[in-house]
Design a protein around this ligand. Structure first.
Ligand SMILES: Cc1ncc(COP(=O)(O)O)c(C=O)c1O
Length: 375
């Protein structure tokens, strides 16, 4: 065996893949372009508006719940059924427990939905501009994806979706645009296409969208995926949920139990339950974020920036005639991290997470200075 120098390999990217390839890689590792998460800086303090985290801490009642886990409880495996948490979620949404699935973040729930419901001969459709994990899962499970362009104004043109789809993945509100679709529109689709499974990803639903969770009682072609990372301020604990007909939930459980039965640890289960029980804190913080968003949108428009109508905890905005990369770089140099996607159609658009009022005031101040610069 050759002696290796002690170096840390960089993450695999399409550009460096050839260089660091191991001969043991599967075809999937050789071909896939993994999802690239937003930066989590360690070296410097930034105003961090790049990963749609909640600017408010988790509720004090949730922190107490986390601290209540004893050493003896930590010794044991967690409840694989997450029964207490699922009961709370079912009661919250007026569903039965067998309509509720939980997983390690909604990313994991989505990752389990693909193999639970799709074969390599099926196809799953989603818009060209949406959560960038969707095509990665499709590639990983080798499920053909049908990528349908959004309309010019970034709304979804449902008439462009073929009738023969097995699956339709819809982020509502969409990411990174923040644009929401009404529940009535989704119900019409469920009725018109009973043989298409609609997976509605409601990661941002609590910031102004209309949830379709209640429709899972009437439609067996609907799976609603949600997360506690955003409106419940628990991104660090990794808790995601799915709501659907019991048969769909059983399909997800079948994949989970073929992969890892204990996806949610004991602390996460306890905290998640407490988060759903603390309705006043949830209401107060989500209302505060929505109020800050409205002020931010008004200020951005005032200085000539174009902004998509947002029902999420972020805004999608562009300064006409200016390269998005330049604005992003300028903000970074001034201590603000935001997210931008390299895709041609949106490369000049910026996704800015809604932070605290004082953080957004600073972003607005910086952008005002930038807009006034001669160019
Ligand atoms: C649309 C959408 N879905 C799902 C997720 C994943 O959320 P989590 O895995 O933290 O639950 C995100 C994260 O940003 C998202 O934007």
């Amino acid at each position: 065996m050759a002696i290796r120098p002690k170096i840390t390999l960089p993450a695999l990217t399409p550009a460096n893949k050839e260089l660091f390839m191991s001969r043991f890689y599967s075809n999937i590792v050789r071909s896939i372009s993994p999802y690239v998460p937003g930066e989590q800086p360690k070296d410097r303090r930034f105003i961090k508006l790049n990963t749609n985290e909640n600017p408010y801490p988790a509720a004090p009642s949730v922190v107490l719940a986390m601290q209540s886990v004893s050493g003896l409880e930590a010794r044991l495996y967690p409840d694989p059924e997450a029964a207490a948490l699922r009961r709370t979620l079912a009661d919250y949404h007026d569903l039965s427990v067998d309509q509720v699935f939980v997983g390690n973040g909604s990313d994991e729930v989505l990752a389990m939905a693909y193999p639970a419901f799709f074969n390599r001969t099926d196809s799953i459709a989603f818009p060209d501009i949406t959560y960038s994990f969707y095509p990665v899962y499709a590639a990983m499970y080798e499920i053909p994806s049908r990528v349908i362009p959004l309309a010019k104004d970034f709304t979804i043109d449902f008439t462009a979706y073929p009738q023969d789809l097995k699956g339709f993945l819809l982020a509502n509100p969409n990411a990174p645009t923040g644009i929401a679709v009404g529940a009535e529109r989704i119900e019409a689709l469920l009725r018109q296409r009973p043989n298409t499974l609609f997976i509605v990803d409601e990661a941002y639903i609590d910031f102004g969208g209309e949830s379709v969770v209640a429709l899972t009682k009437s439609y067996d072609n609907l799976l609603v995926v949600q997360t506690m990372s955003k409106a419940r301020s628990l991104a660090g604990l990794r808790i995601g949920m799915a709501f659907g007909a019991p048969e769909l939930i059983r399909g997800l459980e079948s994949i989970r139990d073929s992969f890892n039965s204990y996806t949610l640890d004991v602390v996460a289960q306890r905290a998640a339950k407490a988060a759903y029980e603390d309705v006043p804190y949830f209401q107060k913080t989500r209302q505060a974020i929505m109020a800050t968003r409205e002020k931010t949108v008004a200020a951005l428009r005032q200085m000539g920036m174009q902004v998509c109508p947002s029902s999420a905890n972020f805004v999608f905005t562009t300064l006409p005639g200016v390269a998005g990369a330049d604005v992003q770089q300028y903000l970074r140099e001034n201590g603000v991290l935001i997210r931008r996607f390299a895709m041609e159609r949106i490369k000049d658009w910026l996704r800015i997470t809604i932070g605290l009022d004082k953080e957004m005031d600073e972003v607005i101040r910086l952008l005002q200075l930038f807009v006034q610069q001669p160019r």
